[in-house]
Design a protein around this ligand. Structure first.
Ligand code: PLP
Length: 379
């Protein structure tokens, strides 16, 4: 059996430390915010090479509050991609602004920077590039367009803890960077969690208020805010886990390199990595025209896979009101049909990786066989 992720294996490796950290919070009764959260905010911001971190309850809330801090609201437009987890788009929707999509670059699955200019109107306020699967979007052109047009850039770095672009860390390049600590993410809480990181003291101050009922001090509510606080137990768990994040990331990268090697001389399309990128492999996605058959066959052999994501957001029923139609974002739509995420987690052994790779290679070579090929023209 090769699981898609194995959170239990990771827990076993840090059990004593994590249990003690959780007990400490309980004994101090620092259940919400508190000293562990404050320390984690500093440590994670430093990890991201950014001045400030504001802990919140989810990655979705991080995006939502970053948008509000940027002044985004009803009547505004925010540009993002349709090939992402739905939360990116929901966060825009919560503010009352309109999500406006641009297609992805089919090689990297991230925002097509050449499509941005055409999507900008006089209502555009912000751009949210999504660092999908653990590789950042092509940030320099995005930052340049935003600078020229006076737009705010909010990085959706929920899948990209520790990813780098030209030596800069994910979350440090835009005006704000948003992270999720959902359990399955590269840095996962034992529950829900999220953070906004930024170098701006103004955004920091606003987001600190918004996450805690808009209060400047207790009962001094200067903004209409939310209860989006990060829990003390999550802060404590995340502080323990942050110490291991670099080692876990290198283990993911090694597991990805092993897959790459296995697939090197085959027709299996492996993830494209930009030469200037540090990919952190939240997911390792290949592409196939035979996805359902491959997924079923792999599962029958005890290999779990995932699909991230089967429907691009512009075609989800929940966002039908945006008025988009099939065919408008062909690269996102093709990716949604073809991507298949293989097992990827730091504890994935070389033997497990080899088992997965051999099973995929067998599928790929039978997909090549004449029976599966398009019918040749008959003379
Ligand atoms: C996980 C994720 C989110 C949302 O994070 P939550 O903590 O689950 O709210 C947003 N964007 C992307 C790209 C994600 O992968």
């Amino acid at each position: 059996m090769v699981p898609f992720v194995d959170l239990k294996a990771q827990y076993r490796s840090i059990k004593d430390e994590v249990n003690a950290a959780i007990l400490g919070v309980i004994e101090r009764c620092e259940f919400t915010l508190g000293s562990e959260v404050a320390a984690f905010e500093k440590e994670f911001a430093a990890y991201c090479q950014v001045e400030h971190g504001i802990g919140v309850n989810t990655g979705t809330s991080a995006l939502h509050l970053a948008l509000l801090a940027a002044g985004v609201g009803p009547g505004d437009e925010v540009i993002t991609v349709p090939f992402t987890f739905v939360a990116t788009v929901s966060a825009i929707d919560y503010t009352g602004a309109k999500p406006v999509f641009v297609d992805i670059d089919p090689k990297t699955f991230t925002m097509d920077v050449n499509a941005i200019e055409a999507a900008i109107t006089d209502k555009t306020k912000a751009i949210i590039p999504v660092h999908l699967y653990g590789q950042t979007a092509d940030m320099d052109p995005i930052l340049e367009i935003a600078r020229k047009r006076g737009l705010v850039v909010i990085e959706d770095a929920c899948q990209a803890h520790g990813a780098e672009y030209k030596g800069r860390r994910a979350g440090s390049m835009g005006h704000m960077g948003c992270f999720s600590f959902y359990p399955g993410k590269n840095l996962g809480a034992y529950g829900e969690g999220g953070m906004v990181v930024t170098n701006s003291p103004d955004f920091t101050r606003t987001i600190r208020m918004l996450r805690d009922w808009g209060a400047e001090k207790k009962y001094q509510h200067v903004l209409k805010g939310y209860n989006f606080r990060l829990e003390g137990i999550q802060g404590a768990v995340l502080r323990v886990k942050l110490k291991y994040l670099e080692a876990w990331t290198e283990a993911r990268r090694a597991a990805a390199a092993r897959y790459d090697q296995w697939f090197a001389d085959s027709n299996v399309p492996t993830p494209y990595v930009r030469p200037d990128a540090r990919h952190v492999y939240h997911l390792y996605a290949i592409r196939t025209q035979h996805r359902q058959a491959w997924q079923d066959t792999l599962l029958a052999q005890g290999i779990q896979t995932g699909i991230h994501y089967p429907t691009p957001v512009h075609l989800l029923p929940a966002f039908a009101d945006l008025g988009y139609e099939a065919g408008q974002f062909p690269h996102a739509e093709a990716a949604a049909r073809e991507v298949l995420s293989l097992p990827m987690f730091p504890e994935l052994t070389a033997a497990q990786g080899e088992q997965v790779a051999q099973a995929v290679l067998a599928l790929a070579s039978s997909a090549d066989a004449p029976a599966d090929a398009p019918a040749a023209t008959v003379a």
